[in-house]
Design a protein around this ligand. Structure first.
Ligand code: TXE
Length: 478
């Protein structure tokens, strides 16, 4: 297969730098793409270009902004197959999952094109005679966008699209492992009628290029998705350097509760999908399965059998059901947690090993006999590893589910309407699912969590406007 080369995009120009390459996690030695590493000067030039271009873009008529966003979305959708193959080769997710991600990215741009037709302000009655009171919105300004490797196209899309829609300019810094998808997105945007400088791409290390976005006075806000540790650093830097607005989407240790009255087949389907699909590399993955005693043994046996039967293999092979782990470092981390789980006294009932094959493949791994105070149950692993914690009743299940530093997504499998309602009310998470996997969200609904999972306004849907625009309260006397 051919190797694509991606350059940085600054003020509408392609900017070269030291070349690096990214490989295919399923096929050792296969180079997927090359990219030019941006240095601090390139990042500064991108920020300056964004500052110059932003006011012009914000003052374009809404119809023009809509047309640009709609065109970007349409082009992404038209190129779905080609982009999905590239994404699958560089990140390792199944081709079917990659197609879904590309389609999600394209739909997201089209969604925000049409969001611009929604009301953009509010009118209030003033308590003073002869005064008109209204709340308008103005763009935040220049946004630094820092993204992770697990959704190489969808996460950039769900940040870049609303940023542009609400009149901001953008400097995007993608994760180093997935520069090809970001590079293709930049090419598509560069081919649209978006004025030069409104969207810029800088690729390279977080501690160089990312750090420039956090510390530059030219950036008004940072939207970040990644690890919790990095998120904390982003927050501290943004506060220390100009009190920038920031939005953090970080990890999860998401619970799926299974009650005695659950339909076993539904429970296994939800746990299998939530725990293992996308190789468990989703912040909404179910990594704690909290199971009531009466169904516990049947559930563990059925899930272990289903996990053991999953076909792990090349993501481009339609027979594969699970792709590789993204990098050797992530695989080593996953296997380390298997050792930690065993040492803590939990029992491996499925997987637990590196698949003895070429590439970074890992068998889907299920632990039984876990306790919620184990590291296995408290720390985000970000791989195909899940653990079962046995509980007596709904009260204990809700308490265990909420006993975590995180709070992104929580699910329950039950046939009891009252248990489902109780869980929706009491689960400590930003997303709650009933009889559905904890992973699986829709682009027009808010996405985000509580605790260590999230900081700042929600992403996606109409809620994205809260981060990418600033309310301005206007009083007019006459
Ligand atoms: O994330 P990082 P990594 C978790 C998951 C995973 C771990 C590490 O547990 O094992 O994080 O993954 C940029 N200033 N998640 O290393 O380092 C970096 O270049 C500015 C969960 O990929 O947080 C990349 O673009 N930027 C998560 C982005 O931050 C910096 C998804 C994320 O990288 C920076 C991914 C700095 N000093 C990982 N240092 C989820 N919950 O979805 C790094 N970056």
């Amino acid at each position: 297969m051919s190797v694509t080369v991606h350059l940085n995009l600054v003020d509408g120009e392609w900017v070269d730098g030291e070349r690096r390459s990214n490989g295919n996690p399923a096929r050792p030695g296969e180079i997927v793409s090359e990219y030019a590493v941006a240095d601090r000067d390139t990042a500064r030039a991108a920020i300056d270009a964004a500052r110059r271009a932003q006011p012009g873009w914000a003052s374009q008529p809404v119809g023009s902004r809509m047309a640009v966003l709609d065109d970007i979305g349409t082009t992404i959708l038209r190129r779905t197959e080609e982009l999905a193959v590239l994404l699958s080769r560089e990140e390792g997710k199944l081709l079917s999952e990659a197609r879904g991600e590309v389609s999600r990215a394209g739909q997201t741009f089209r969604y925000y094109a049409h969001q611009l037709l929604q009301p953009q302000g509010e009118v209030y009655s003033s308590t003073r005679p002869g005064v008109h009171a209204e709340v308008r919105r103005r763009p935040l300004g220049v946004i630094g966008i820092i993204t992770p490797w697990n959704y190489p196209l969808a996460i950039p899309a769900w940040k870049v699209a609303p940023a542009l829609a609400y009149g901001n300019a953008v400097v995007l810094k993608p994760a180093e492992l997935v520069t090809a998808s970001a590079g293709e997105l930049a090419r598509i945007i560069a081919g649209s009628a978006l004025p030069p400088g409104v969207f810029n791409l800088v690729m390279g290390a977080g501690r160089v290029v990312g750090e420039e976005l956090l510390t530059s006075a030219g950036i008004d806000g940072v939207s970040f998705t990644g690890g919790t540790g990095t998120g904390g650093h982003v927050a501290r830097q943004c506060l220390a350097h100009g009190n920038k607005r920031f939005q953090l989407e970080m990890g999860g240790k998401n619970p799926l509760v299974v009650l005695d009255d659950a339909d076993l087949e539904v429970a296994v389907r939800c746990a299998l999908d939530g725990s293992f699909f996308s190789t468990g590399q989703r912040c909404t993955a179910s990594s704690r399965l909290i199971v009531q005693a009466g169904i516990h043994d049947r559930f563990v046996d059925a899930l272990a059998a289903a996990a053991g039967a999953l076909r792990v293999g090349d993501p481009l092979d339609p027979r594969s059901e699970l792709g590789p782990v993204v990098s050797p470092e992530q695989l080593a981390q996953n296997l380390d947690y298997v050792r930690i789980g065993r040492d803590e006294g939990a029992r491996v009932v499925a997987g637990g090993t590196h698949q003895p094959d070429e590439g970074q493949f890992m068998r889907p791994t299920l632990f039984a006999g876990a306790r919620n105070d184990m590291r296995l149950a408290r720390e985000e692993i970000f791989g195909p590893v899940s653990c079962v914690i046995e509980v007596d009743d709904l009260d204990e299940a809700i308490s265990v589910a909420g006993d975590t530093d995180y709070g992104l997504s929580a699910g329950i499998v039950t046939t009891s309407l009252s248990a489902a309602e109780r869980f929706k009310r009491d689960a400590r998470a930003g997303i709650v699912s009933v009889n559905l996997p904890t992973a699986g969200t829709e682009l027009h609904l808010p996405f985000g969590g509580t605790g260590a999972s999230n900081h700042g306004p929600r992403e996606q849907g109409g809620y994205a406007r809260d981060f990418y625009s600033v309310p301005v309260t206007c009083y007019t006397g006459w």
